[in-house]
Design a protein around this ligand. Structure first.
Ligand code: SAM
Ligand code: DTB
Ligand code: SF4
Length: 326
């Protein structure tokens, strides 16, 4: 049964179950809604890198931090379509384009992004964008161009948010998600663990996601990738058990969602990733780079798929997909 009225108390009780019990319950629900041997392979591409005016404490692309990122202008449409072709050839069924923008502006760059969306959609890939804040009108334009999903993470709880970002509010985030929803674009929204938040913050974030009028179709769970020069550069690594608890709880609360094991895989071995898949994760980002940070390479993921007998999941498979497909 799909519920949108979860309470923090209920979520906390799930999150704190004995770990094996939690994994078993999540795995049981996972099997009712998904093929447990299928993992969707997605590719990320940073189409506009660095120089971002925001102050997200985790982010290597914020202009105010001194990181190794080289600022680049928006990529050409042709370059992006070439990358999407390569991603498809390598087995990806979803292609996500990220821009280091605070928000979308109605300018020539946005027109170029619309062209990119059109081109990628024509390849039969699920097209996703993550471009910062978005108005309803802009969401409608993206939808018209063929956009299938929009990624906009809550990142953390409303209470902890101010410790991480001061240049926009939690409500801004929720408004963008609502704007994507109004344009019939499927929502991808999740968060990051390992930023110094408490377990209550993680539970509160999951509660906000699981009590949206409609659950996000896609929920990325990221482990912080600490980057030198950012305020969070010295955060300790989160244990795999914390990732497993987040994934399992997300799976139980939002049974139909794609739960994506996102940033942080470089520091996990196959056994650890297998636990995440058992707990309900059914997607990874492939390719040796996420947006700007390292990710496991093609060969090691191929090996993982073989060892774990995983099958890549086809595009547009969710129940929602048919109705949203353009
Ligand atoms: N600029 C847009 C925005 O912030 O909405 C889109 C791109 S932004 C890089 C997309 C997401 O990447 C962030 O919301 C955050 O959850 C994730 N992210 C960024 N840096 C990260 C890091 N160092 N570790 C883990 N996740 C990270
Ligand atoms: C998400 O939740 N994780 C991806 C995707 N959505 C855009 C991004 C992770 C970025 C990690 C830091 C980097 O590579 O710059
Ligand atoms: Fe900018 Fe997005 Fe990075 Fe925040 S997460 S600094 S908005 S690129």
């Amino acid at each position: 049964m799909i519920r949108n009225n979860w309470t923090k108390e209920e979520i906390s009780a799930i999150y704190h179950k004995p770990i094996l019990e939690l994994i078993y319950q999540a795995a049981t629900i996972h099997r009712q809604y998904h093929d447990p041997n299928e993992i969707q392979v997605c590719t990320l591409l940073s189409i506009k890198t660095g120089g971002c005016p925001e102050d997200c404490a985790y982010c290597p692309q914020a202009a105010r931090y001194h990181t190794d990122i080289k600022v680049e202008k928006l990529l050409d449409v042709q370059t992006v379509l070439q990358k999407a072709t390569e991603a498809k050839k390598a087995g990806s069924t979803r292609f996500c384009m990220g821009a280091a923008w605070r928000e979308v502006r109605n300018n020539r760059d946005f027109d170029k992004v619309l062209e990119m969306v059109k081109g990628v959609a024509q390849m039969g890939l699920e097209v996703c964008c993550t471009l910062g804040m978005l108005t309803e009108e802009q969401a409608l334009k993206l939808k018209e161009a063929g956009l299938y999903a929009y990624n906009h993470n809550l990142d953390t709880s409303e209470e902890f948010y101010d410790e991480i970002i001061s240049t926009r509010t939690y409500q801004d985030r929720l408004n963008t998600i609502a704007n994507a929803n109004k344009a019939n674009i499927s929502v991808c929204s999740g968060g990051i663990i390992g930023m110094g938040e408490s377990i209550e913050d993680r539970i509160a974030m999951l509660c906000t996601l699981a009590t949206l009028p409609q659950h996000p179709e896609s929920v990325p769970i990221n482990a912080l990738v600490p980057v030198a020069g950012t305020p969070l550069e010295n955060q300790p690594k989160v244990s795999v058990w914390e990732m497993v608890r987040m994934i399992a709880t997300a799976r139980i609360l939002m049974p139909k969602a794609m739960v994506r094991l996102s940033a942080g895989r470089v520091r996990m071995n196959i056994e650890e990733q297998a636990l995440c898949f058992l707990a309900g994760a059914n997607s990874i980002f492939a390719g040796d780079k996420l947006l700007t940070t390292p990710n496991p390479d093609y060969v090691s993921d191929q090996e993982m798929f073989q060892v774990l007998n995983l099958k890549p999941r086809q595009a547009y498979k969710s129940e929602l997909a048919e109705s949203l497909k353009v």
